[in-house]
Design a protein around this ligand. Sequence first.
Ligand SMILES: [Zn+2]
Length: 556
Amino acid sequence: METILTTHHVTRVLCCAFGPTTNNWFFSYKERALGGAEKVMVRWGSTCPPGLISWLLDPATKTLRRDTSRLHVVLGPTGSFAAWEPKAYRWALPETLQAWLTAHGCQHDAPRALALGHGGEYFVLAKNGAYSFRSTSLKSIEAAGHSWKSVQYITFSASLPKRCIVVFDDTYTAGTVPTSANTTGTTQEDEQEEIDDFRRVLDSYAEDYIQRGYIPQRHNQDAQRAADVLATRLKEEAAKKREEAARQKEAAAAHAAKVHAETIARQAHIRKQAEEQAQRAAASKHTYDAARQKHEAEVAEARAKKAKAQELAAQKAQAREAAAARAERNRQIRERKAKKAKLAEDARIAKEKAAQERAEKAKLAEEEAAQERARQAKAQAQQQAAAQEKARLAKVAEEKAAKQRAARLAEAAEQRAAQERARQAREARARWEAAEAERRRPELYRSWAAARTRALDCSPGTLRRPDFPQPPAQICTCQLAGCVQRKTDKGLRACRHDMEKLLRASGEYSMAWLRKERLAWHPDRFARRCAPGSREVLVGMATEMFEIYDELIDDL
Ligand SMILES: [Zn+2]
């Protein structure tokens, strides 16, 4: 909206309304186009109530369908609004206010004044003079003795509670009350200072309007309304624009004084000229001409006055616009500087924070590394200790094993030595026994031969098992595998090698001798001598003896 005011050639403000948020506004105005013709324009902010926009636009063509030159719009908090044109109206307001408007016929004719404020504050004045309001600050104004029927314009602050401006026919007032009972002294002082500053600006502006007699003229109400809307904006931005407003006031005062002085001078000049002309006319003999000239002079004077007044108004408006533009530029510059400073500050803080974080991270990493090193050193020490212990155990085990091996070797050597000694002893004994047997063989043979003779000479049927001439055990020493088996299985317990050694001890060993001796052991002959109970065993042993003799004979 500021863009519209600063870049378009706005010749007249028709209706201007502000809601509580930045883009909640409505603005209709007359604009001078390039060709010089005036046209009515309507603009609104992006957060205007959707109900209002749908009422303004034709649903099919999406173009404006309202009488824009006589459109009146009021915006309030939380999407509330009221809008009129001569033929139609639309509103979205608290129920009590809507009921009041309907009861007073406001749906046919817009009220003379309607204002919506913060937290449900409102004021309404119908064409017939009836009024209603809900506002703490208006109560204090009413208490001061103002008549609501003479209200020309009223507005509430959309963003701050309990603040309003009321313009009456002959005066105006701005009502405020502290926002909270708990407000501190400092805040109250600040608030009061802000209000005082705003009042100084508003005073110069509104008094100018009232003194120039604009207010009672109905056709100037639109301009008045626009001026008051501008004043409302100034109020909202008063704290920011304090210095600019003061400067603007000084400039406006200086300019007004200058213009006033010029006007007086011009008026004096015109009056002087008119007087001179009148004197000339009076001097003239033609009374009619003189009267006519006097009339013309008066007309010219009136025209000049009117032209001067218009010029004055235009110059003043230009001065105001220039001052506003300057203030806006200064404000933008200050905002940019503030933003830049804030950005720089933010960047510095972020940088410091990042550096701090980096330092903390580095410290943390160092601590972790130190811990890791300590852990590694400990682990290494443990590993070394374990390895040393393992080596020690291995050495002990090896020593033990070596000792065991040595013990086993010693034992084995001892066993071998013992076995060797035993074997040597056995061999020595065997040799001794062999030698002894060899020495004793003839004797053994004589003993065995005597037993044989006794057995063979006994009476038939009397020979028993103990009488059998058993080969002496001293000579039966053959260890050949077949012979050992034979001696185990059969009763004689002697092999041909044993018998050969025995018989050779006779000194008569020969083929013939063996054949003669063999006859005595023939089983048929021997059987006759055996006792009946021992015959079978004895015959078996005799048969064995007979076969050995056969083999010995075959060997020769
Ligand atoms: Zn043998």
